[in-house]
Write a protein that binds this ligand. Structure first.
Ligand code: XMP
Length: 512
């Protein structure tokens, strides 16, 4: 089934993906395209609407991204946001000037709720919007009317309803804009006429039939890490081609407590060929006595490839290799230009030696939250659907210094308790990553009447949207107290717990 499409035309704004996610949240499919896309190409996609993103430039900068007037003659509804609003005004004969007072942050905004954008969404006449601009529209084009203003911005929103052209200086996609999601919903539904035909149930159905058609009776191979993306891709492929699919799950022994078994349980009865390679001894043999973090990572990466290669050889030539690439990877690698090159090196360095005809990327148009919804739709266990990110080398880089079986067991137990307490406190969906680290520090303690000299466990929990920067999670003390108390009582050889309160940067999320 073909979906109705809205195009998010990217002018270099930091919120391009956020806008696209907001549109998808309305149940409307959208794709992010570069502003350089030829108008004829945009037209051929037959979009129901176009949204111009913001951008860092001024329309008067020599190098600022522009668009020809022709786009407004397509008779496709357009919403311009921030720079997009200024560009719309400028291109249609309005004027843009430098602000006397720049606006940044939450700003009181007065709305004309007779606008289709602002009516019927429980928006009061005055409410906060999120502003971030140094230029403003000082004269709106002929045929437009102003529909919102602030103290310093006389045209905070303007429109030509007849031509279905709308513009907002603020950012409706940012949560701080009151009823911002409602404004986007109004645009895509009431202005563009989208019906909201984008659901993960529909996606699953279409993807399954497309995969079947493409694969025919070919052989498909997937490297399953147990992470959300590869698990959902596996579940989708299993439904589509069943026994033609082989998933190889390399258990290097550094998974969290019970995790290897959970992955196996989720897939072993799914009709596909599921191969779990228990390679703990093989990995341990390469790591004994190794304490340098980079050497550990390298050894694990190399061994991973070796084990995978051994298994893949047994299967012989495959026709398709599945990768769990998702839409943010596609957008970030240049809106598709570089996607193939990147995906080739995406799965722990796999494909170079696996003999295959073509790559299948069944999640390449989905955002992470959609991947989770799809996983739920496919009946995948919540343990896998809601799994937090987990580094490829696993607990090996959360045991500081050299790794032993004893240390691995200590860390698995401590980490399990911490995760359990976070889940009990219902913090697990708000904190983006949380785990325990076994430091290589021992200190003196007292237990009963006896002196102890045992390990220190560090607890780490962060909130982040992109994992490039992160804040430490402000976990309530009583939750930390219960976790700490349980760990020192239930896990042998641990007598001290510390909580890591550094941000990234300067620290990183992992300790190694
Ligand atoms: P750092 O420690 O660099 O971590 O702040 C950022 C995010 O990346 C994850 N991470 C890894 N993921 N292989 C992975 O697949 C790795 O070698 C690796 N190292 C770090 C980390 O868990 C965090 O989510």
């Amino acid at each position: 089934m073909a979906h109705q499409l809205v195009i998010v035309l990217d002018f270099g704004g930091q919120y391009n993906q956020l806008i696209a996610r907001r549109v998808r949240e309305c149940g409307v499919y959208c794709e992010v395209k570069s502003y350089k896309t030829p108008i004829a190409e945009l037209k051929a996609l037959n979009p129901k609407g176009i949204i111009f993103t913001g951008g860092p430039n001024s329309v008067y900068d020599e190098k600022s991204p522009h668009i020809t007037k022709d786009i407004f003659d397509l008779h496709i509804p357009i919403l311009g946001i921030c720079y997009g609003a200024q560009l719309m005004a400028y291109t249609l004969g309005g004027e843009v000037s430098a602000c006397q007072t720049s606006e940044y942050g939450k700003t009181d905004t007065h709305y004309d709720t007779s606008s289709v954008l602002f009516g019927g969404i429980h928006l009061p006449e005055t409410a906060s919007s999120w502003m971030s601009h140094t230029d403003y529209v000082s004269k709106i084009p002929d045929g437009f009317r102003i529909t919102a203003h602030t103290e310093d911005c006389p045209a905070a929103a303007f429109e030509n309803a007849e031509r279905k052209l709308y513009a907002v200086q603020f950012h409706p996609e940012v949560n701080h804009t009151f009823a911002g999601q409602g404004m986007i919903d109004s645009f895509v539904k009431n202005v563009c006429g989208c019906v909201g035909d984008w659901t993960m149930a529909g996606y699953a159905k279409t993807a399954i039939s497309e995969i079947r058609e493409k694969v025919g009776n070919g052989k498909v191979l997937l490297a399953l890490s147990g992470g959300v993306d590869s698990s959902v891709a596996a579940a989708l492929l299993a439904k589509a081609v069943g026994s033609q699919l082989t998933c190889i799950f390399v258990d290097h022994g550094f998974m969290r407590k019970n995790e290897g078994d959970e992955v196996e349980a989720a897939f072993k009865d799914s009709g596909m060929n599921f191969i779990r390679v228990n390679a703990k001894e093989q990995f341990m043999s390469k790591l004994r006595g190794v304490s340098d973090p980079e050497t550990k990572r390298k050894a694990i990466g190399e061994e991973f490839i070796r084990v995978f290669e051994q298994e893949a050889k047994k299967i012989g030539k495959v026709d398709y290799l599945v990768q769990g690439t998702i839409y943010p990877d596609v957008i970030e690698s240049g809106l598709g230009d570089a996607a193939v090159i990147k995906s080739h090196h995406n799965v722990g360095g796999l494909p170079d030696y696996v003999d295959f005809k073509e790559i299948i990327e069944p999640l390449r148009m989905l955002f992470k939250d959609e991947v989770r919804k799809l996983g739920t739709e496919l009946g995948l266990s919540p343990v896998l659907v809601w799994r937090q990110p987990f580094p490829g080398p696993g607990l090996a880089i959360r045991i500081i210094g050299d790794i032993t079986d004893e240390k691995l067991e200590i860390l698995q137990d401590a980490d399990f308790i911490f995760r359990e307490e976070i889940a009990k406190a219902r913090l697990d969906r708000d904190i983006n990553q949380y785990f325990a680290v076994l430091t290589n520090m021992r200190s003196v303690g007292v237990m009963g009447d006896a002196r102890t000299y045992d390990y220190t466990i560090a607890l780490r929990a962060v909130t982040t949207s992109d994992f490039m920067t992160a804040d430490f999670a402000k976990i309530p003390y009583d939750v930390l107290a219960v976790a700490a108390n349980r760990i020192v009582n239930e896990v042998k050889s641990v007598n001290r717990i510390v909580y890591d309160v550094t941000t990234k940067p300067p620290a990183t999320i992992e300790w190694e």
